[in-house]
Design a protein around this ligand. Structure first.
Ligand SMILES: O=C1O[C@H](COP(=O)(O)O)[C@@H](O)[C@H](O)[C@H]1O
Length: 302
């Protein structure tokens, strides 16, 4: 998999809405490459089905590599629509070929609600994914819902520290942060990732691995989230963007330095220290990538 490089996997970029008529395909790709501030690989898909198929293969391959290398696979899940894309992993061949017993599952963020609450990221993943595969329940590390949000963040960080000590979760030698084998993220329409929202103080958290917020712009207000340094220390980061309501944020991420240097979107802070980054973008969310307008100030107001 490509590391600090940028690559485009688009079967037919000319079908991406927003591409200028008659624009040379290779020039389009070159422009995009030049403007892509996040170092990583960009994969654009015609449909959610194609995206889900590729994501499943990507996760399965990483699982195989890390189980072989380390004996474990540490993966941090997120909430949102991304979980529905994991359905392909519950099907053949992956339901049989993936060594689920070696998986250790975490959450990049969680809402401060009970585990049976409809807003719970744990419940979403359990119902839509984890209950359909053979991950050991003792390896599923959800956030404690019996504590205050502040206590729950501290207790989750403590748990992660214990698992780093025994190297079930690897450690980054350059940042001393946990180095998850894979962190899965989804970008919201405002450019948020995990529970890190635009302009929020939590974006600047550099001491704590797991922090909390009590004023999320999206309900519920109390949430726990990995900090940016933890996200960036992962061996692999996969970010999914789907739906046309993500197109403006996607464009901003691609040209972040040119457009909004002082107020970068949370998603544009993703920059692996040593690892690999892959963007899985559905066609609708890539609408504006063919016509990057570095001076479109209206987008900064999002
Ligand atoms: O609040 C959250 O939102 C994002 C994106 O979710 P979506 O509903 O817009 O698809 C999610 O990744 C995050 O984990 C969650 O807590």
């Amino acid at each position: 998999m490509a590391g600090k490089e940028f690559g485009v996997l688009a079967d037919s970029p000319e079908r991406i809405k927003g591409r200028r008529d008659g624009e040379d395909e290779h020039q389009w790709v070159r422009d995009l490459k030049k403007n892509m501030a996040a170092s990583g690989e960009l994969r654009i898909f015609e449909s959610l089905e194609d995206l889900a198929i590729d994501l499943a293969e990507y996760v399965a391959q990483l699982s195989e590599v890390f189980v072989k290398e380390r004996g474990f696979f540490s993966i941090a899940l997120t909430g949102g629509s991304l979980i529905s894309l994991m359905r392909k992993l519950c099907e053949a061949p992956y339901n049989k070929t993936v060594d689920w017993t070696k998986w250790y599952v975490f959450w990049t963020d969680e809402r401060a609600v009970g585990k049976t609450h409809v807003d719970s990221n744990y419940k979403l993943a359990k119902d839509g994914f984890l209950s359909k595969v053979s991950v050991l329940s003792s390896h599923i590390h959800s956030i404690n819902d019996n504590l205050t949000v502040e206590e729950a963040a501290a207790s989750y960080e403590f748990l992660i520290r214990q698992l780093v000590k025994v190297r079930i979760i690897d450690v980054s030698e350059s940042t001393d942060c946990p180095k998850f084998d894979l962190i899965l993220l989804e970008m919201g329409s405002d450019g948020h990732i995990a529970s890190l929202f635009p302009h929020h103080q939590a974006l600047k958290q550099s001491e704590e691995w797991v922090t909390f917020i009590t004023d999320s712009p999206e309900p519920p207000p109390e949430r726990i989230t990995f900090s940016i340094p933890v996200i960036n220390s992962a061996s692999n980061i996969a970010v999914v963007a789907m739906g046309d309501d993500r197109a403006a944020a996607m464009q901003l991420v691609v040209c972040r330095n040119a457009v909004a240097p002082d107020a970068p979107l949370p998603a544009s802070l993703i920059s692996p220290t040593e690892g690999n980054l892959v963007w899985f973008v559905e066609r609708e969310a890539a609408t504006f990538l063919g016509t990057i307008a570095g001076d479109d100030q209206s987008l900064i107001e999002m």
